[in-house]
Design a binder for this molecule. Structure first.
Ligand code: ADP
Ligand code: MG
Length: 253
């Protein structure tokens, strides 16, 4: 049902970034996409961590198509996406070993960028797992986000990398909207302290006020779900970490 003169509703692009690897970005991106889908929204999860693409691995799927066709300019995101019928969202899988985002040709990067724009016309939420690193392509995608979710843990290296993401985002898109997700918190109080540290640094040195999107507790079920290659919200929907992600998603709808 498309009418040329009726404006199409435009979805939003939620980019998940951290600078540092190993903070739970991929797991969180999957769980957030799942939680948003469970609220009835149309959701696409896109893997932008090209060199180390592993959304498909965490989900235990072997997609027939992936981002490769999109980067080659041969497929639209809708053609390259894989439907997860049980979880109720679509996945645009990356291609592991395809080389990093930073090493894409200019043409492939433009194709990727255009595809993310197209995807926003077709899905209400486009969740992008940005992967580690802060090279120009990552910065460009982060700057184009309608909402940047910066994932941090209490580890000092994670905090400094999250701070760097916030700083570059502020330079690249001064009007950009970002929020902090604290992951692997021992408990809420400790997660709140981690957030306060980051917020203070951003406020004092960057003059930016970064709200908290939410705190996700450390939970042994996360490893179990990943090991069994089953989405967290399917395997352990009432676990602490799953409920924390559900709360974050609720606040975003
Ligand atoms: N809330 C959590 N509680 C416990 N372990 C977690 C949590 N979030 C992530 N992890 C662990 O962190 C590891 C790295 O997660 P991953 O999503 O691959 O991170 P990234 O994409 O940032 O590199 C996972 O194997 C998982 O076991
Ligand atoms: Mg990852």
């Amino acid at each position: 049902m498309s009418q040329a003169n009726v404006a199409q509703p435009v979805g939003r692009m939620i980019v998940v970034a951290s600078g540092k690897g190993g903070v739970g970005k991929t797991w969180f991106s999957i769980s957030l996409a799942h939680a948003l889908a469970r609220t009835g929204r149309r959701v696409l999860l896109a893997d932008a961590d090209l060199g180390l693409a592993n959304i498909d691995v965490q989900l235990g799927i072997k997609p027939e198509r992936d981002l490769g066709g999109v980067l080659a300019g041969k497929m639209t995101p809708a053609e390259a996406a894989t439907r997860l019928p049980d979880a109720g969202f679509d996945v645009l899988a990356g291609r592991s070993g395809s080389g990093a985002l930073a090493s894409l040709s200019a043409a492939a990067m433009e194709a990727f960028f255009a595809a993310l724009g197209t995807a926003r016309q077709q899905w209400q939420d486009v969740v992008v797992d940005l992967g580690a690193g802060l090279d120009l392509p990552q910065r460009r995608i982060a700057a184009a986000a309608d909402l940047l979710l910066v994932v941090a843990t209490e580890e000092p290296t994670s905090l400094t990398d999250a701070y760097a993401v916030i700083k570059l985002h502020g330079l690249d898109n001064p009007k950009g909207v970002s929020r902090v997700v604290v992951n692997m918190a021992e408990d809420r109080a400790s997660g709140q302290r981690t957030y306060d540290t980051l917020r203070r640094a951003a406020s004092v040195f960057l003059k930016r006020d970064i709200p908290l999107a939410g705190i996700i507790r450390r939970d042994g079920k996360v490893r179990d779900a990943i090991r069994h290659q089953v989405p967290m919200l399917t395997a352990y929907p009432s676990s602490a970490a799953a409920m924390d992600v559900e709360n974050i998603a609720q606040a975003l709808v």
